[in-house]
Design a protein around this ligand. Sequence first.
Ligand SMILES: [Fe+2]
Length: 278
Amino acid sequence: MIKDIGVLKGRFLVFGGPYSNLQATEAVLKQAKQCNIPESNIICTGDITAYCGQPEDTAQRMYQSSIHIIQGNCDESLANDSEDCDCGFDENTACEVFADRWYNFSRQETSPAMKEWMGTLPFRIEFIFGGKKVHVLHGSHEEINEFIFASTSDDYVLSQINKTGADIIIGGHNGMHFTSVMGNKVWHNAGVIGMPANDGTPRTWYSIIEEKEGQIIFTHHALDYDHDAAAQSMIANGLKEYAQTIQTGLWPSLDVLPEVERHQTGIKRAEESFSIAL
Ligand SMILES: [Fe+2]
């Protein structure tokens, strides 16, 4: 399922992974409002329900919005009533063991109506921005759950972009925001709002993309929100490993991370911008 939304004008805000984190979801929508960005200029890269404590409320909030949302692997798994989240975690790793707990919680707490709605979300959104072709996808061109990181080789990332025929890819899934600029091609991952970026702070991440002075500018922004309330709702529901992460900003397991990203554990990330010429 591909949704073509035509030509997008003005600034737009991108975020990934609400992850059942209602407090962060409300905070990012408030932030968009403060920036005068309408919901029709907001894009979400999927995984509405995952690690946190309020899957149904978060899904309802997203459903009631007019945000452009693609289907992530967590959404697809719930829609299909699958036995696991299909996150791509290796067998018997801590990520897989913890996922069993939060996925089953989401599966139990999300209503049939919201699961059905998730199954109707497109896997890809395409649009034109500043004359460039933009594709929004969750993992990679071929796989909804493939991890593409900042450290993934340019050759591989470019091969993925070229297969899509787009100039700019907006990806999700991995929870670590980055922008890789390769000539006039870009892979941009806005990160997620539902879980910190393993940088030792409870902040989560979104981005704003705008056209200015002959350039397209991608800016990564940190989101401050009521992380105490998010953690409390997780603890109340037995999701303690990731409740700690919400507070400390450190992931409970680094299983999915390449060496480069592992070495960045606990190093506070700065807001930064990247650009390409129009
Ligand atoms: Fe995902």
